[in-house]
Design a binder for this molecule. Sequence first.
Ligand SMILES: [Zn+2]
Ligand SMILES: [Zn+2]
Length: 225
Amino acid sequence: MEKIINTLFPPKCVFCGSIGDIFCENCISNCLLLLEQRCIICDKPSVDGITHEHCYKPGMPTQVLSVFVYGDNVRNCIKKSKYSSRLFMCLKRLSFEGVNLAYEWGYNFKDFVVVSIPVSKEKQKLRGFNQVDVISKSFSKRFNLKINNSLLIRVRDTKSQHSSSRKQRFKNVADSFLSPSNVKGKKVILIDDITTTGATFLEASKVLYQAGAIEVKCFSLSKKL
Ligand SMILES: [Zn+2]
Ligand SMILES: [Zn+2]
Protein backbone atom coordinates (compact mmCIF):
# COMPACT_ATOMS: atom_id res chain seq x y z
CA MET A 1 0.00 0.00 0.00
CA GLU A 2 2.74 2.43 0.97
CA LYS A 3 4.51 1.54 -2.28
CA ILE A 4 1.45 2.28 -4.43
CA ILE A 5 0.93 5.62 -2.73
CA ASN A 6 4.62 6.47 -3.16
CA THR A 7 4.42 5.74 -6.88
CA LEU A 8 1.30 7.83 -7.38
CA PHE A 9 2.44 10.64 -5.12
CA PRO A 10 6.22 10.54 -4.80
CA PRO A 11 7.23 11.94 -1.41
CA LYS A 12 9.03 15.24 -1.15
CA CYS A 13 11.85 15.84 1.31
CA VAL A 14 10.50 17.86 4.21
CA PHE A 15 13.82 19.66 4.58
CA CYS A 16 15.02 20.50 1.04
CA GLY A 17 11.99 19.80 -1.14
CA SER A 18 13.66 17.30 -3.48
CA ILE A 19 11.41 14.56 -4.85
CA GLY A 20 11.76 10.91 -3.92
CA ASP A 21 12.06 10.61 -0.16
CA ILE A 22 10.42 12.27 2.83
CA PHE A 23 13.88 12.75 4.42
CA CYS A 24 16.29 12.54 1.49
CA GLU A 25 19.67 10.86 1.62
CA ASN A 26 21.45 14.16 1.20
CA CYS A 27 19.68 15.79 4.13
CA ILE A 28 20.22 12.71 6.30
CA SER A 29 23.93 12.68 5.45
CA ASN A 30 24.08 16.30 6.61
CA CYS A 31 22.94 15.30 10.10
CA LEU A 32 25.87 15.44 12.49
CA LEU A 33 26.94 12.08 13.90
CA LEU A 34 28.10 11.66 17.46
CA LEU A 35 31.44 10.11 16.62
CA GLU A 36 32.83 10.22 20.13
CA GLN A 37 30.66 8.36 22.63
CA ARG A 38 30.56 9.52 26.23
CA CYS A 39 30.20 8.11 29.70
CA ILE A 40 26.68 8.66 31.10
CA ILE A 41 28.05 9.67 34.51
CA CYS A 42 30.90 12.13 33.83
CA ASP A 43 29.98 12.99 30.22
CA LYS A 44 33.63 12.61 29.20
CA PRO A 45 34.66 10.56 26.16
CA SER A 46 34.59 6.82 26.63
CA VAL A 47 35.15 3.99 24.19
CA ASP A 48 31.79 2.77 22.83
CA GLY A 49 29.95 4.83 25.49
CA ILE A 50 30.86 2.30 28.16
CA THR A 51 30.47 3.69 31.67
CA HIS A 52 33.97 4.27 33.05
CA GLU A 53 35.02 1.78 35.64
CA HIS A 54 35.71 4.58 38.13
CA CYS A 55 32.29 6.15 37.45
CA TYR A 56 30.25 2.96 37.64
CA LYS A 57 28.15 2.02 40.64
CA PRO A 58 25.56 -0.77 40.87
CA GLY A 59 22.24 0.33 39.39
CA MET A 60 23.81 2.30 36.56
CA PRO A 61 23.69 1.49 32.85
CA THR A 62 26.89 -0.15 31.68
CA GLN A 63 26.80 1.60 28.30
CA VAL A 64 25.01 4.41 26.50
CA LEU A 65 25.14 4.77 22.75
CA SER A 66 23.87 7.75 20.76
CA VAL A 67 24.04 8.16 17.00
CA PHE A 68 23.21 11.74 16.05
CA VAL A 69 23.99 15.09 17.61
CA TYR A 70 20.72 16.75 18.56
CA GLY A 71 20.56 19.82 16.30
CA ASP A 72 19.31 21.14 12.94
CA ASN A 73 17.26 18.57 11.02
CA VAL A 74 17.55 15.98 13.77
CA ARG A 75 16.00 18.40 16.21
CA ASN A 76 13.24 19.42 13.81
CA CYS A 77 12.50 15.85 13.01
CA ILE A 78 12.30 14.67 16.63
CA LYS A 79 10.62 17.75 18.06
CA LYS A 80 7.88 18.01 15.48
CA SER A 81 7.29 14.32 14.85
CA LYS A 82 4.88 14.35 17.76
CA TYR A 83 2.54 16.76 16.07
CA SER A 84 2.71 16.03 12.34
CA SER A 85 2.36 12.73 10.54
CA ARG A 86 4.78 13.86 7.80
CA LEU A 87 7.46 14.53 10.37
CA PHE A 88 6.60 11.30 12.08
CA MET A 89 7.53 9.57 8.82
CA CYS A 90 10.81 11.54 8.90
CA LEU A 91 11.51 10.18 12.37
CA LYS A 92 10.82 6.69 11.10
CA ARG A 93 13.32 7.27 8.30
CA LEU A 94 15.91 8.78 10.65
CA SER A 95 15.48 5.91 13.11
CA PHE A 96 16.07 3.38 10.37
CA GLU A 97 19.23 5.22 9.34
CA GLY A 98 20.49 5.70 12.91
CA VAL A 99 19.93 2.12 13.94
CA ASN A 100 21.60 0.91 10.76
CA LEU A 101 24.66 3.03 11.53
CA ALA A 102 24.88 1.63 15.06
CA TYR A 103 24.74 -1.83 13.55
CA GLU A 104 27.43 -1.02 11.00
CA TRP A 105 29.63 0.48 13.72
CA GLY A 106 29.73 -3.05 15.08
CA TYR A 107 27.63 -2.79 18.22
CA ASN A 108 25.98 -5.94 19.45
CA PHE A 109 23.22 -6.37 22.00
CA LYS A 110 22.77 -10.11 21.92
CA ASP A 111 20.25 -11.47 24.46
CA PHE A 112 18.98 -7.98 25.35
CA VAL A 113 15.28 -7.08 25.42
CA VAL A 114 14.31 -3.75 23.84
CA VAL A 115 12.30 -1.40 26.07
CA SER A 116 11.13 2.12 25.11
CA ILE A 117 11.31 4.88 27.70
CA PRO A 118 7.60 5.44 28.24
CA VAL A 119 6.12 8.90 27.63
CA SER A 120 3.85 10.52 30.16
CA LYS A 121 0.28 9.27 30.25
CA GLU A 122 -0.93 12.73 29.39
CA LYS A 123 1.20 12.89 26.24
CA GLN A 124 0.34 9.35 25.23
CA LYS A 125 -3.33 10.20 25.52
CA LEU A 126 -2.89 13.40 23.56
CA ARG A 127 -0.93 11.81 20.71
CA GLY A 128 -2.19 8.27 20.96
CA PHE A 129 1.34 6.84 20.68
CA ASN A 130 4.84 6.96 22.04
CA GLN A 131 7.13 8.28 19.31
CA VAL A 132 10.04 6.40 20.86
CA ASP A 133 8.39 3.13 19.78
CA VAL A 134 9.27 3.87 16.18
CA ILE A 135 12.96 3.85 17.17
CA SER A 136 12.52 0.70 19.26
CA LYS A 137 10.88 -1.10 16.34
CA SER A 138 13.75 -0.26 13.99
CA PHE A 139 16.24 -1.26 16.66
CA SER A 140 14.67 -4.60 17.45
CA LYS A 141 14.39 -5.44 13.77
CA ARG A 142 17.99 -4.57 12.91
CA PHE A 143 19.53 -6.22 15.96
CA ASN A 144 17.07 -9.10 15.92
CA LEU A 145 15.84 -8.56 19.47
CA LYS A 146 12.44 -8.78 21.14
CA ILE A 147 10.56 -5.68 22.38
CA ASN A 148 8.80 -5.80 25.72
CA ASN A 149 7.41 -2.44 26.73
CA SER A 150 5.59 -3.91 29.70
CA LEU A 151 8.90 -4.11 31.56
CA LEU A 152 8.90 -0.39 32.33
CA ILE A 153 5.86 1.64 33.27
CA ARG A 154 5.61 5.34 33.89
CA VAL A 155 3.86 5.97 37.16
CA ARG A 156 4.41 9.67 37.50
CA ASP A 157 4.49 12.32 34.81
CA THR A 158 7.52 14.56 34.68
CA LYS A 159 7.39 18.25 34.00
CA SER A 160 8.81 19.50 30.74
CA GLN A 161 12.58 19.40 31.12
CA HIS A 162 13.65 21.89 28.46
CA SER A 163 14.70 24.75 30.67
CA SER A 164 15.51 22.98 33.90
CA SER A 165 18.95 22.75 35.44
CA ARG A 166 20.86 19.50 35.77
CA LYS A 167 19.90 19.17 39.42
CA GLN A 168 16.27 19.92 38.65
CA ARG A 169 16.23 17.30 35.89
CA PHE A 170 17.31 14.58 38.27
CA LYS A 171 14.68 15.69 40.76
CA ASN A 172 12.04 15.75 38.03
CA VAL A 173 12.51 12.14 36.98
CA ALA A 174 12.82 10.64 40.47
CA ASP A 175 10.19 7.96 41.13
CA SER A 176 8.79 8.26 37.60
CA PHE A 177 9.05 4.59 36.72
CA LEU A 178 8.08 1.19 37.94
CA SER A 179 9.22 -2.17 36.75
CA PRO A 180 7.30 -5.43 37.24
CA SER A 181 9.02 -8.52 38.60
CA ASN A 182 9.11 -10.35 35.27
CA VAL A 183 12.18 -8.28 34.38
CA LYS A 184 14.13 -10.54 36.75
CA GLY A 185 17.19 -12.07 35.09
CA LYS A 186 16.77 -10.04 31.91
CA LYS A 187 19.20 -7.81 30.07
CA VAL A 188 17.53 -4.61 28.93
CA ILE A 189 18.43 -2.09 26.26
CA LEU A 190 16.51 1.11 26.94
CA ILE A 191 15.57 3.26 23.96
CA ASP A 192 14.93 7.01 23.85
CA ASP A 193 14.87 9.75 21.23
CA ILE A 194 17.07 12.32 23.00
CA THR A 195 19.43 12.15 25.91
CA THR A 196 20.68 15.27 27.66
CA THR A 197 22.01 14.73 31.17
CA GLY A 198 21.12 11.05 31.13
CA ALA A 199 18.78 11.58 34.09
CA THR A 200 15.92 9.62 32.51
CA PHE A 201 18.14 6.68 31.56
CA LEU A 202 19.70 6.61 35.03
CA GLU A 203 16.36 6.64 36.82
CA ALA A 204 14.84 3.98 34.55
CA SER A 205 17.95 1.86 34.88
CA LYS A 206 17.88 2.05 38.67
CA VAL A 207 14.27 0.85 38.72
CA LEU A 208 15.01 -2.04 36.34
CA TYR A 209 17.97 -3.24 38.41
CA GLN A 210 15.90 -2.99 41.58
CA ALA A 211 13.30 -5.23 39.95
CA GLY A 212 15.97 -7.80 39.11
CA ALA A 213 17.39 -6.93 35.68
CA ILE A 214 20.96 -8.20 35.36
CA GLU A 215 22.24 -5.60 32.94
CA VAL A 216 20.94 -2.33 31.48
CA LYS A 217 22.33 -0.54 28.43
CA CYS A 218 20.88 2.48 26.65
CA PHE A 219 20.44 3.66 23.09
CA SER A 220 19.32 7.13 22.18
CA LEU A 221 18.85 8.29 18.63
CA SER A 222 20.39 11.64 19.48
CA LYS A 223 22.40 13.41 22.14
CA LYS A 224 22.10 17.04 23.14
CA LEU A 225 25.59 18.47 23.58
ZN1 LIG B 1 16.36 16.72 1.56
ZN1 LIG C 1 32.82 8.50 33.44
